[in-house]
Structures are given as C-alpha cells and as structure tokens.
Ligand binder design. Sequence first.
Ligand code: ADP
Ligand code: MG
Length: 677
Amino acid sequence: MNMQAQRPPLLEVKRNFELKTTLVKASSRLPLPGSKLKGGPDQMEDALEPAKKRTRGLGAVTKIDTSRPRGPVLSTVSQTQGPTAAQKGPKKTGPRGYATVASVLKNPKAAPAAPAAPAQKPGTSAAPMVAGKRPGKRPAWDLKGQLCDLNEELKRYREKTQKLDQENQGLREQLKEAQEQATVLETEQNTLARELASVRTQAEQSQQKLETLCARVLELEECLGTKERLVQELQKEKLELQEEQKALATRLEEQEKRLQASETALSSSEAEVVSLRQKTAAQVTLLAEQGDRLHGLEMERCRLHNQLQELKGNIRVFCRVRPVLAGEPTPSPGFLLFPHGPAGPSDPPTHLSVSWSDDRRATLTGAPAPTTRHDFSFDRVFPPGSKQEEVFEEISMLVQSALDGYPVCIFAYGQTGSGKTFTMEGGPGGDPQLEGLIPRALRHLFSVAQEMGGQGWTYSFVASYVEIYNETVRDLLATGTRKGQGGECEIRRAGPGSEELTVTNARYVPVSCEKEVEALLHLARQNRAVARTAQNERSSRSHSVFQLQISGEHAARGLQYGAPLNLIDLAGSERLDPGLALGPGERDRLRETQAINSSLSTLGLVIMALSNKESHVPYRNSKLTYLLQNSLGGSAKMLMFVNISPLEENVSESLNSLRFASKVNQCVIGTAQVNKK
Ligand code: ADP
Ligand code: MG
C-alpha cells in the first residue's frame, strides 16, 4: 500500500476505518468449516491448528462457534460455495482486496460451490440416482456398496477440507495483512487526529481571527460610512467651490479685460502726462512771465485805483436817510426830496433837499408859513429804502484802498437815532441782509486777501475796538473782570520815535475769518450793554472806534504794506437846546455834550486844517483825532456818512448835520501817499 504517498481525503480515511472495523468483526464471525466436519476430527483439528493460533492472535473477540450443528453447515457450504470463488479469493488479496474478502466473510452463501459429485468407481455398485437429488439409497444388504459410497463421500470431504484449509490459510493471511493495514491506518488515524486537532486549533484561531476581522470590518464599514458622508460633503463643497471658481474665473476675466483697458488707458495717459509735463514746463515759464506782468499790472491797478479815489476825492461824504420806523409820525410829503442826477432816474441820487415851513413865523404874520428849502449835495445820497448791500458797494473801493496800503477812515455822523450804528454794525437779530459795514468790509477783505494769496501776497489782520466816552478811552473787547468796567486806556506811541499809535490795556485780536469778527462785535455789544446799566444811553454819547490793522507782504518781491482801516460810529451830534433851563442833574449832561461837541468840532477842524494844508493840525484837541491822526490827511482816504432822521421834528438837528457834512465835503485833502514800509 502507498498510503503515505497518496493521502486520501478525510472522508475516504473514515470509510477505510469503517471497512477495517468491519473486517475485524467479520473475521471474528468467520465460520470454520473444518470444526463442523463429521468424522476425522483429528485431521480437521490438524488442519485448523495454524488458523486457530492466528485467530487467537487477533484478540479476545475472535472465537470459534463450536456449538453450532456441523452437518447443515457442511451441507450449506457444499451447496453454496463454489470452488471458483474459493480459489479466486486468496488471489484477490492486495490493496483493493478488502471488499471481496468482506463480501465473502459477510455472506457465507457466497462460499465456493460444492464440488461436483465424484465419478463412481468401477466395480462398485452405483447407487441409484434420482436426477437432481441425492443418490438413491442402497439396499441394506449392499454393505459394500454403502461402504464404497461412504468412502467416496469421505474422499470428497477430505478434498474439500483440504481446499477449505488452503482457502482458510489464504484468508488468515489476508486477515493478517488487513490487521497490519489496520495498524497502519490506526497510526494514520492518530496522525490525522493530531492533524485534525491542529486543524481545529487553526480553525479556532482562524475563527478568532475571523471574528477580529469581522469586528475590524464593522469598524471599517462604520469608518467607511463616515468617510462616505465626508466624501459626499466634500463633493458638495467641491461643487460649490467649482461654482465659485467659475464665478471667480468670470470675474478674473472681466478684471483682466478691465486691466487691459486700464493698461491701454495708462499707457496713453503716460504719453499724455509726458506731453502735459512739457506743456506744464512751458506754462511755468509763461506763468512766471505772466506773474511779472500781472505784478506790473497790479501795481498799475493800484496806481489807477488810487488816482480814481483821488479824483473822487480823498474826503467823500455820503448822506443816508433812515426810514420812518413803526410808531413814528409820517413826515409831510416833500419834507425830504431826493432829486435824481442829470442822467435820469437810473442815476444814483447825489442831492437832498429839505423843505419845511416855520410855524412860528406863520403865527406871527397870520399868513400861511412860508416854506423854507435847503438843498445839499454829496458824493452820494441814500434814500430811506436803500439796502445795506447798496451802501457797502459804494465803499468797497475804499476797502480795496486799505488793502493796497492806504489808511482809510469811515465815519458815521449824525444825531442819536439817525441810523449810525445800523449803518456801521447792522440791524438787530443777526439778519444777514441787515449786516452793517464792519462785517461786510471784513468779509470783503478776507476774500480779496485770499485772491491776492494766489499772486504771492499774504495778509494778516489785527482788530481792536474801543469807545471814547467823555474823553476817556475804554476797551470794548475787554473780557473777564475787565468786561464792561474797562479799565481806562491810554493812547501811546508804539515805541520811541514811532509814528504808530497803540491803546494801552486794549486787546488787539488777530482775525482771519468772519466768525471771529462776529464774535468780537458780539463781545463789544455785551460790553456796551453792561456799561449802559451804569450810565444810561452812554453808547450814543460815545464814539466807537473799530480799527483793523492790515499787513500785506509779498515775500518773493520783498514788498510789505501796512495800513489801518477805521470804522467809527460817532457819538450823537445833537446839541443841547440853549433856550432850555438846566436842572441840577443836567450839568453833567451838559459837560458830556460839550465834550462830544468839542470832539466832533475838533474832527471838523482837523479836516479843515488838513484841507487848507495848515501847518498845525489840532489832532491833540480830542482823543478821537489824536487816535486817528495816522488815518487822517496825507495818504489817507476818508468817508463820512451823514445819517439823517426822516422825522420833521428832527429837522433842526438834521440841518446841523447836513451843514457840518457839507463843510467836510468841501474839503480836499492832498494827494494820498501809499504807506510803504
Ligand atoms: P444811532 O446809532 O444813530 O443812534 P441807530 O442805528 O441805533 O441810531 O438807529 C435807530 C433805530 O433806527 C434803530 O432801531 C435802527 O434799527 C433803526 N434804523 C436806523 N437806520 C435804519 C435803516 N436804514 N433801515 C431800517 N431801520 C433803521
Ligand atoms: Mg448808535
């Protein structure tokens, strides 16, 4: 057998194992024909001896059944077991011989057939034979025949026994082989069992591994699920990003197009810039030339402007009649007339005629009072309806002169309530339409200064505001504890040998815009209001002097100009009626009035002296003329507003004012000189 080389599968091994068991069992049941033989037991015993020994060697399970009756067995054997099968049996032992042996052992019927009946010996009486049956019975007397038959039969049995012995021998050998084979198979089985055990262990390990792997698989599946969700999310995100990318790409494209367009524009712009630079360089040269020309022209303008002002007169007088206020009696028609100029109604009026009838003379004569008419002519007459703006237009030329370096004085002269303060500072309520000359003049100065800045001029303005009451000077811009009280100020020369005058203790405030000027005017009004409580109506009994020191410089050309612009709201010019008896409280008033009258008449005298080119000009006779001495005469330009009340009851004062103004108007002050520093 080649069991080691060709290991059968497990199933076949099992089958072989079963087969071996069957063989062992079969061998234990093996019939022993020899033991059942009748007669010749010794021979049978001899024949069976080796078989017995072998049978004992197989183990306890093997035993010979001797209890069974022998005859029938013999006969059965003889009937069923053919010699062909018995002979073939031993030959078929070998690797594949078990089945044959087993079938033989299991099925005793398959035993070799009984040998054919032996031929009758000659000389013996042959027993009568019935066809297919045992030979017929010999007669009892035929003992010889019977003996012969028995011998024959014995002979046959012996032969048969011999054959069976041989057969038994073969079978025992087969059994031995089978047992050896069984041992091999057992060894093999053990090996296989061990293998099976190791396979089982392996299987268990594999099972464990499998379980671990299953767990791992589950874990991985879970992980996979998570990853898949993540992948889905990422894909979604990717889609969004792709869309975004698309949008960005579109934008990028647009931007690139725009960039290209911009680059094209830039390159053309660069070319343009180059050409513009060249042009600019050319223009800078031209500008310098034109700057020079402009400066020349500006100088010429100054000269011509001044000439014009001189032709108009360095002293000019404007008459302004205020309107009749609410609650005031309407004057009789024709009381004040404003005949237009020779050029017709469009010609601004320069004449004023006052017509009135003297009631006292009418009573005396009993006849209707004759009408008295006085005509006055001035540089300009402003009827009651004239706006602040129109008034300012006329004086803006003088403001320009101040910028050009000529001292300028603008006075408002007239009785109390005739509209001096209205003209100089403006009406109540901060209405811009009613703004007076001071704010308008300053606004004009600031704007012209800014324009001139383009031509290389820089200007600075310093304001002061004082009042002269009863020949004492007080600061209207005082603040803090000095507010309203206004410690007395003195007029002094700015320095030894200096022409310039300054008011000690007064504030000089640099201004550069309208707001600052407004604040100063507001402060002055407050100071006057406080003073008014101390002494009634003081404002109308004092001169208010707003001074603005203008300094202009053209650094490039080394030019410096400086001139004061004075805007003066004079005290009421009314006189005390000499016919009225003076009460004790009115003596002060008289002194006050005399002081006012004195200063106003000094002003008149100074103007006269300047006009007459007298060697002595009485500046020192009043604080006002003393303070204004640098702004009067010589190079200075002067404008006097004579403010007139429209009321008939004021006609006397109006006439006085008009007469005073007329005198001033007749004065001509010498050629003005520009104040070059
Ligand atoms: P003065 O300063 O000469 O005493 P005011 O300027 O105070 O006189 O004027 C007296 C009153 O007349 C004020 O109420 C003022 O508003 C008013 N007034 C003066 N002039 C005009 C004018 N041109 N238009 C309207 N009201 C005027
Ligand atoms: Mg006033």
